[in-house]
Design a protein around this ligand. Sequence first.
Ligand SMILES: *Cc1c(COP(=O)(O)O)cnc(C)c1O
Length: 230
Amino acid sequence: MLSDNVREVEDRILKACERAGRKREDVTLIAVSKTKPVSDIEEVMQAGIMEFGENKVQELKEKYEILPKNLRWHMIGHLQRNKVKYLPGRTVLIHSVDSVRLAEEIDHEFGRHGLTADILLEVNVAGELSKFGVSPEDAPALAESISTLEHVRIKGLMTIAPFTDDPESNRVYFRKLKQLSVDIAAKNIDNVSMSDLSMGMTGDYEVAIEEGATYVRVGTGIFGERDYQI
Ligand SMILES: *Cc1c(COP(=O)(O)O)cnc(C)c1O
């Protein structure tokens, strides 16, 4: 039962918050529903989850149309500029902005709808060649450039840590992202907030919470393994 998975994840989040001396309400659980059917999402909704994450615009759009409008959709995947036009009104937070050009497109499309997009800057803290994201060194300058856009509001940083069997080995990257957010916040850039940190997935979300995550993105731990054949 997916509701049992939700309960277990909730329990672990609560314990991680307690270990870290943090309040449970300061961490938002995003159920990552990519590749999963609407019926699974409905089951997870029944267990009390309202925040869902998708990594493809088309899939987010389709699920948004079908499911209740009070759900909160997070765009967590690499974003192509020609897909941005489908996002205004459908997503509460774009986690994966790593270039000025992409931010400009978001500014343009949300502006056309009289909206402002909340975004996170995706940072490749581990320097993995296979990953998207700005380097930690370039992140402050990227924040400054994007801060001038009228219809985009930077709320913090996001990272995808390396895939590993040992969650402890990712602690260093979560710490690095937290420190980077403190460094950028100290620059007091107009229109830039560093209040949010999106980090931690099924394998390592408890460590991420201990290191300051405000959003954890949990897919497999809630929905089970994904089947990419279908
Ligand atoms: C798929 C995905 C997740 C969830 O991964 P799990 O290991 O299944 O929890 C989290 N974040 C991003 C960006 C993803 O693409």
